[in-house]
Write a protein that binds this ligand. Structure first.
Ligand code: SF4
Length: 298
């Protein structure tokens, strides 16, 4: 198909440019006929914004040159189309993840974050996990310890996992952004990562997903959902509804920090119902007692 050929050409071009950039090349001369060949074929769908990117994670040249179409359906259902390829053999996963981790440790794609971070917070858990939990970015606690979801919100996530019959060692936990959003001039507190920061770092998470190949993903909080699907959403509107991320079912739910701020049993029940849906989706056993959690005040 012409569209497949076009995509292959585009991927090859992006990979070549990235390789040149890694060698320190900052500009290239492009012949007019090359530019013509990179133009999208007639009838192909135009890029839809940051949610659609090449296999390398960088926007295709056509997206840089033209304005993305402003299409924002109220509730996204299928957002990304990256081919995940064949699953890695189990014994190849460890080496692949270690190699990716090593690259992230040296990453300076966001110079301001690389300069201020204490740790690159890559991710923890089982590289054969069925469930991948995704948060937005490391906070001060995570940056200090080098592990995602520590501190009070992390403790609550651990308790949610225990209620599901799981542990932190039997799932995988990562963030969209691997470095803590800097807070210049501020001694304490965290800030929300920008869309651009998450877009820049997302290829690392996508590689983690390719390697781990979870059966389902859980996005914790509106910012993480935004980082994954590439546009702003109201978590109150889409939590509990299955989305797709690279053909992997994605359950959006509230961030544990939200439950710390709002202790209403009704809000806990909403998150628990989302977790029940996740458990059902991957065939985990659910007891009657588990089904009734948070249906009445303790
Ligand atoms: S946030 Fe991600 S892309 Fe940016 S410097 Fe850190 S690891 Fe690199």
């Amino acid at each position: 198909m012409a569209t497949d050929a076009y995509r292959q050409l585009l991927e090859a071009t992006v990979q070549h440019l990235e390789s040149l950039r890694e060698q320190g090349v900052r500009s290239v001369t492009v012949q007019p006929e090359t530019l013509k060949a990179l133009r999208p074929p007639v009838g192909s769908a135009p890029p839809r914004g940051p949610a659609e990117r090449s296999a390398s994670g960088f926007p295709p040249p056509s997206q840089v040159a033209s304005k993305p179409a402003a299409v924002a359906p109220p509730i996204p259902t299928a957002t990304r189309r990256l081919d995940l390829g064949s699953p890695l053999p189990p014994d190849a996963k460890k080496a692949a993840l270690e190699e990716l981790h090593a690259r992230a440790l040296d990453c300076i794609r966001c110079p301001h974050l690389a300069a201020s971070r204490n740790h690159v917070v890559f991710g923890v858990g089982d590289l054969h996990a069925q469930i991948l939990f995704v948060g937005e970015a490391p906070g001060a606690d995570e940056d200090a310890e080098g592990e995602p979801f520590v501190g009070r919100a992390g403790e609550l996530l651990t308790r949610i996992l225990q209620a599901m019959g799981l542990t932190r060692d039997t799932v995988y936990i990562a963030n969209v952004l691997k470095c803590r959003p800097d807070t210049p001039g501020q001694q304490v507190g965290n800030r929300k990562p920008t869309t651009e920061e998450m877009h820049t770092c997302l290829p690392y998470l996508e590689e983690q997903i390719r390697i781990i190949r979870p059966k389902v993903m859980v996005a914790l909080g509106g910012t993480a959902i935004e980082g994954l699907i590439g546009r702003s959403v109201q978590v109150t509107r889409i939590r509990g509804q299955w989305l797709q991320f690279h053909d992997i079912p994605l359950m959006p739910t509230y961030h544990p920090a939200y439950l710390l701020r709002n202790e209403a049993i009704s809000e806990k029940r909403k998150v628990w119902e989302d977790m029940l849906a996740v458990m059902e989706r991957i065939g985990l056993p659910i007891s009657e007692k588990q089904r009734r959690f948070f249906t009445k005040p303790a």
